[in-house]
Design a protein around this ligand. Structure first.
Ligand code: DLL
Length: 433
């Protein structure tokens, strides 16, 4: 199902013409209203008049999270403050959060984009959506909320946390869709088991999961455990929140980018040079319709690839491959590059362990040490030491063979790794502490 046939299936030529028109208008507006952008453009001698085709965007400087921090809190807003009807913020690991703002029109655009997202996941009027993304400064809760209301679903604004109550209400209300982070979906599954609920008997049909990286192996695990379809959705606060791109339930293969609102580029993260579609690199977005906080060539640090082959669902928007790593998530262990998702894939394929893990990096005597903590399943846990040691060694060997890194695997008791209500913390890098 498609929410907005007209735009979501626009022929490429018309779509690109619309993008060019909107891009020009956006560049003109930020140049005229945001001193930060005027200064940046002037510094490289770029004027919005120079933009003749979409590819001319490469002459425009990038924007980074640091730029938002430097202009904290409202310095990059392109409208007078009294037109901003909402702010959200993403908490950084250090210091001040990144603040983003929305006009009334931005809020309704966002709702439309989330209506497209839910519709693509098969959610429709009359469905009961348990919205377990966090409400508050995080964009997940309210972002999903407005979109689901727009399509006429019955929204349960439960937010994240309080898992036992959450599964009780899920059963009592008969929720048939849930939105939350994939790690929280696993957390809720455990809560349901503890409450003696047979999840396969629930009417739950589909999960709309995002806000953190998760592998296809993790998707299968969630789908099997819950007996549902698990759909990936992607977004980031600076660009709008959730609603930047979404999977369709027909293909579950790549996330359609709402290209009538966001222009996507892929760049080499080291040189900043644009890469052709199909190559893996850092994803960069330019907003085309946002009023309060337009972003120009915003560097996401997320790594992906653009798939331009048509999709079976009929949408003409290009897709981005599932994001399984960020440039700043990449660990360099004794010179070898490692993404936590690579470890996740191996763990989930291993019988006897649960999909709850943590990666601990340390430096001992100037040498990087990698330790992987993973929970062992109840059946294995009661087994003899030898069996557990073998399991540890098997995982160590698989990591060595597939990634080329020697590490220590430590099996821990079920439920000892901290559970998240939102984004899971997978890596503890003690080298940076
Ligand atoms: O996480 C927005 C969101 C809410 C997306 C709910 C989807 C669902 P931020 O808190 O600003 O915004 O974090 C954005 O999270 O740059 C990615 O690194 C990561 N991320 C978001 N969605 C996905 C996903 C929200 N589906 C950052 N897969 C992004 C992988 C994701 N990473």
């Amino acid at each position: 199902m498609i929410w907005n046939e007209e735009f979501e299936t626009l022929p490429r030529e018309a779509l690109e013409a619309l993008q060019l028109k909107r891009l020009k208008a956006t560049l003109e507006r930020v140049y005229a209203t945001v001193p930060f952008y005027k200064k940046k453009f002037d510094e490289v001698g770029f004027h919005p008049d120079k933009l003749k085709q979409l590819s001319d965007l490469k002459y425009v400087p990038f924007t980074t999270k640091q730029d938002l921090r430097d202009n904290y809190p409202f310095g990059l807003f392109a409208v007078p403050r009294d037109q901003v009807v909402r702010v959200h913020a993403s908490s950084g690991t250090t210091g001040k959060p990144t603040v983003v703002g929305y006009t009334k029109r931005d809020i309704s655009t966002w709702a439309e984009l989330m209506a497209r997202t839910f519709t693509a996941a098969g959610v429709k009027k009359g469905d009961i959506l348990q919205n377990a993304y966090g409400y508050g400064l995080f964009t997940g809760g309210l972002g999903a909320h407005y979109g689901a209301e727009m399509i006429g679903a019955t929204v349960i604004p439960i937010s994240g946390g309080n898992s036992k109550r959450q599964v009780m209400l899920m059963k009592d209300f008969g929720s048939n869709a849930i939105s939350c982070t994939p790690s929280y979906a696993l957390n809720l599954y455990e809560a349901a088991l503890e409450e003696g609920i047979n999840v396969k008997e629930l009417p739950l049909r589909v999960g709309i999961f995002g806000a953190e990286p998760w592998t296809n192996e993790m998707r299968r695990e969630i789908e099997e455990k819950w007996g549902i379809d698990a759909i990936d959705i992607y977004g980031l606060s600076e660009v709008i929140g959730p609603g930047v791109s979404f999977e369709c339930i027909e293909a579950k293969s790549g996330l359609h980018i709402n290209e009538d609102h966001f222009l996507v580029e892929v760049i080499d993260p080291d040189t900043g040079e644009p890469l052709p579609y199909g190559e893996k690199g850092e994803i960069v977005f330019t907003s085309l319709t946002k009023e309060a906080l337009p972003v120009i060539r915003y560097r996401t640090r997320d790594i992906s690839r653009i798939i331009k082959e048509p999709c079976i669902c009929g949408r003409t928007f290009v897709r981005m491959e599932k994001v399984t790593g960020r440039t700043d998530d990449m660990l360099i262990i004794r010179g070898v590059n490692l993404f936590p998702s690579q470890i996740e894939s191996i763990l989930i394929e291993t019988k006897g362990v649960l999909p709850h893990y943590q990666i601990i990096v340390d430096r001992v005597n100037n040498l990087d040490q990698l330790e992987v903590l993973v929970e062992v399943s109840e059946e294995f846990f009661s087994d003899e030491i030898k069996v557990l040691q073998n399991l540890e060694q098997t995982i160590e060997k698989n990591i060595k063979d597939l990634i080329g890194i020697t590490c220590k695997v430590r099996l821990v008791e079920p439920k000892t790794i901290e559970r998240s209500e939102g984004k899971a913390k997978r890596v503890i890098d003690k080298r940076k502490l």
